[in-house]
Design a binder for this molecule. Structure first.
Ligand SMILES: Nc1nc2c(ncn2[C@@H]2O[C@H](COP(=O)(O)OP(=O)(O)OP(=O)(O)O)[C@@H](O)[C@H]2O)c(=O)[nH]1
Ligand SMILES: [Mg+2]
Length: 454
């Protein structure tokens, strides 16, 4: 791809709106816009100013517009940028875009403006990813997380870590190359350990925080499972405070997955109501039951609903066994009715909340349990410096593996110069995190996830 060409795209959502913005970036941005603009000569205006006029084609007025001129290098892409504010509406906006393309601009690929900002050194990779996160943020926590990424706080943490690693590498190198150089501290197996443990600690902290970051970004999938008629759909409705799912006293009412969103401490919760699990010959119900079983694996948290008013069945016991190795909560429902359920005393340490959806008892306790399990109350409002996407978390994990291997080898008395490679690996990996080093393929893939015009 030629970075020197001029790109254009509609930067606002397509559809009917009061205004739309078309963004043009590149060396020809000014010339292309000027050729269509009836108003001031855009070559003669100051940078970062806005101008009133018309877009014309063969002397016919296409739209009345405001044009913003931003000259390189102090722009988002570091190139000349022209933004045309036109009247919203698909036909007008598309028409202007087509005129720009006819004048020599190329239609931008998704994320290409941000990609240029990155390739031209205006922002690093973490910041670029935050731009896309910011656009997609649905909750205030997600927005803050993205903004902090954009502010460069995460970058600073990673850069500090790289500096510390580089320091150790440099000292090892000096020792190897200039053994006679007495000013350089000698790196021995004994004194390598402490600084590496420091790095390990910091990486572990980032890794733990990134788990929280992931929750802020993607929310939690919580599945309600259980036998038919225990009150799963009633619980969904009670938590949502609306009649989302059909509730009847007929077993097998819910046939398919029903998903609904709610927020807990600013975190997005995706609640999934499922078909009651039982042996059945009904085709449709069977498909639903299979889906319910699968969701046990894929959900972050499973809430198993049991009926306090009935003795424990073999089916209940099977489900209790099935969720043992998953994060789970048991909601003992229908406590307004007589208790007939006797739980095996060995199960008393189960994560359990009692209540009922009839009098809306135990719902706050259930929410609190979820908050406690994921430390949702500790997700501080201000200090949201977490890495949150899979690429970032994967890199942190791999860096940590290298450091862990180094420490293990150190225990086996492997010479220091043979351990340097692990530090180099960690250094390079952290470099790919912020985009100091990168592969074209990765960059292409990353930016295509962006929306058009960004
Ligand atoms: N007394 C009492 N009845 C409840 C309670 N929760 C649910 N019910 C009743 O139990 C019956 C079944 O409730 P649902 O919410 O449809 O149960 P479900 O688990 O979704 O059932 P399926 O969709 O068939 O798997 C309905 O008649 C509800 O009114 C409760 O806490 N107390
Ligand atoms: Mg149901």
């Amino acid at each position: 791809m030629n970075e020197q060409d001029t790109i254009a795209a509609i930067s606002t959502a397509t559809g009917v709106g009061a205004i739309s913005i078309i963004r043009v970036s590149g060396p020809e941005a000014l010339a292309i816009a000027n050729s269509l603009f009836q108003g001031k000569n855009l070559f003669e205006v100051s940078s970062h100013t806005i101008h009133y006029g018309y877009i014309v084609e063969n002397e016919e007025i296409i739209d009345e517009v405001l044009i913003t001129v931003m000259l390189a290098p102090k722009t988002f892409t570091t190139e000349d940028i022209v933004e045309i504010n036109c009247h919203g509406g698909i036909a007008t906006t598309n028409k202007i875009l087509q005129l720009l393309l006819a004048q020599g601009a190329r239609l931008a690929e998704p994320g290409e403006f941000t990609k240029r900002a990155f390739l031209n050194g205006r922002i690093n990779l973490l910041e670029a990813e935050s731009v896309s996160d910011l656009i997609e943020a649905k909750s205030s926590q997600q927005r803050k997380l993205a903004l902090n990424g954009l502010s460069g706080r995460s970058t600073k943490i990673i850069q500090d870590l790289r500096d510390q690693i580089l320091d150790i590498i440099a000292n090892i190198e000096v020792n190897i190359d200039y053994p006679e150089y007495e000013d350089a501290p000698e790196i021995t197996q004994a004194n390598l350990k402490q600084p590496v443990i420091e790095i390990q600690k910091q990486l572990e902290k980032i890794y733990q925080n990134s788990e929280i970051g992931k929750i802020i970004k993607s929310g939690l999938d919580i599945a309600l499972i259980g036998r038919p008629n225990v009150g799963k759909s009633s619980l969904l409705n009670a938590l949502l405070n609306e009649d989302k799912a059909i509730v009847t006293d007929i077993s097998g009412t819910t046939r398919d997955l029903i998903e609904a969103k709610m927020q807990l401490n600013g975190i997005e919760i995706n609640l999934i109501d499922t078909a009651g699990i039982r042996e059945t010959t009904d085709m449709v119900e069977k498909i639903g039951v299979d889906k319910s079983k699968k969701i046990i694996d894929s959900a972050d948290l499973v809430i198993l609903v049991l009926n306090n008013n009935e003795p424990l069945t073999a089916e209940d016991q099977k489900l209790i066994n099935l969720i043992q190795n998953k994060p789970h909560i048991i909601f003992l429902n229908k406590t307004d009715l007589e208790s007939k359920l006797v739980l095996d005393p060995t199960l008393t340490n189960l994560n359990m909340v009692k209540g009922n959806t009839k009098e809306l008892n135990g719902l706050d306790a259930l929410k609190q349990k979820i908050i406690d399990m994921y430390n949702l109350d500790k997700i501080s409002q201000k200090d949201l410096t977490y890495l949150s996407n899979a690429r970032q978390i994967d890199i942190i994990q791999k860096s940590l593996q290298n450091i862990n291997t180094l420490l293990a080898e150190l225990e086996k008395a492997i010479p220091v110069d043979m351990l340097e490679i692990y530090l180099r690996n960690a250094f390079d990996l952290l470099g790919t995190l912020i985009g100091e080093t990168y592969e074209d393929e990765l960059i292409d893939k990353l930016f295509t996830n962006f929306c058009l015009g960004k």
